[in-house]
Design a protein around this ligand. Structure first.
Ligand SMILES: Nc1ncnc2c1ncn2[C@@H]1O[C@H](COP(=O)(O)OP(=O)(O)OP(=O)(O)O)[C@@H](O)[C@H]1O
Ligand SMILES: [Mg+2]
Length: 310
């Protein structure tokens, strides 16, 4: 049921793929494991390569969430997941957006699937092993969704324990994975609350654009409420600056403001704006395999190292 793909030639290197083209603070293989100053003047220590694992689980559950649309939640879920898998981690990606963009981005024709996460949420007898699918990335699996999930949001409202439905669904596989990443939809509705209720932490992608900080207060408010009422252990794992354009002063200023507002919560890894990411959606694979030596692939590897170190 995977999308048949026309022959997709490997991409030609772009100028921006060269490491030399990026901004101060970027870190690359071969760099000395030493302190660096990043582009907003913070003194940072290099994050080392994570040690290999001999056994797996229990999983850390990370919700990738921001109610603002188009900030790179789905792109970050796929590529962080793939980078973690490259470091030998067993990863499960949960598509928790009825749009199914995560599934499509991994080459899965979500609308044709007979069983999706919807069945796990709504049917007690549904087996998670019948819904989980492997991806093209070794060590990374997918719990797909499609538009059926929007019905779950409506149907769950009247159920007892409606905020814990996702937590119940993934519980049987927590021991099998090292990291479970939940790609949330762009809203603070019941589906996102379900993700926050079962997550250990939240990763917030924030686009380096003029209005990016708008709405963050509402998101923080929601996190506070979830912490008080549903999940006292929920932490903010970090804030990821996305859509960064190193050539414009404006995006540098926005990142500076984000660092001023959130300090050490902001990851050193910065995701540049590049056509490579829309390309990967068409290719149905992560940037770490589509353009393995690109700046974008390196940035998500650095994010993976930071996530494992936090
Ligand atoms: N760093 C980037 N540079 C350029 N384009 C990007 C980048 N990251 C993501 N995109 C593109 O921007 C669009 C939105 O990205 P993505 O789907 O990851 O955001 P999202 O937050 O999941 O969106 P939604 O809120 O709709 O779920 C996609 O077309 C994606 O290919
Ligand atoms: Mg998305």
């Amino acid at each position: 049921m995977d999308t048949p793909r026309p022959f997709a030639p490997r991409p030609e290197p772009l100028d921006e793929d060269r490491y030399g083209d990026d901004h101060p603070g970027d870190q690359h293989p071969g760099d000395e494991p030493d302190a660096v100053d990043d582009s907003v003047g913070r003194h940072r220590v290099m994050v080392p390569e994570p040690a290999p694992l001999t056994d797996h689980g229990p999983a850390r559950v990370i919700a990738v969430a921001n109610q603002k649309g188009g900030v790179g939640k789905t792109t970050s879920t796929i590529n962080l997941g793939a980078a973690l898998a490259e470091y030998g981690r067993r990863v499960l990606l949960v598509d928790f957006d009825p749009q199914g963009a995560l599934s499509v981005g991994l080459g899965v024709q979500a609308h044709e699937l007979e069983t999706t996460i919807y069945n796990l949420l709504m049917e007690r007898a549904a087996e998670i092993d019948e819904v989980i699918r492997p991806t093209t990335v070794e060590g990374m699996d997918l719990l797909p969704s499609n538009i059926d999930l929007s019905a779950a949001e409506v149907q769950l409202v009247t159920e007892v324990g409606r905020e814990q439905a996702l937590g119940r669904a993934i519980k049987p596989v927590l021991d099998r994975y090292d990291v479970i990443l939940i790609d949330c939809q762009p809203s603070l509705g019941l589906l996102t609350i379900n993700a926050l209720a079962c997550a250990d932490s939240i990763l917030i992608p924030l686009a380096c654009e003029f209005f990016s900080l708008r709405g963050v207060a509402l998101l923080m408010d929601t996190i506070d409420k979830v912490t008080q009422r549903l999940n006292p252990d929920l932490q903010i794992l970090g804030i990821l600056a996305t859509m960064f354009d190193p050539r414009t002063l404006h995006t540098r200023e926005v990142r500076q403001r984000v660092v001023e507002a959130f300090g050490d919560l902001v990851f050193d890894a910065v995701i540049n704006r590049t056509v490579r990411f829309p390309e990967t959606t068409v290719a149905g694979e992560p940037i770490t395999t589509w353009a393995p030596t690109s700046n974008g692939a390196e940035a998500y590897r650095m994010l993976a190292r930071e996530v494992l170190a936090r």
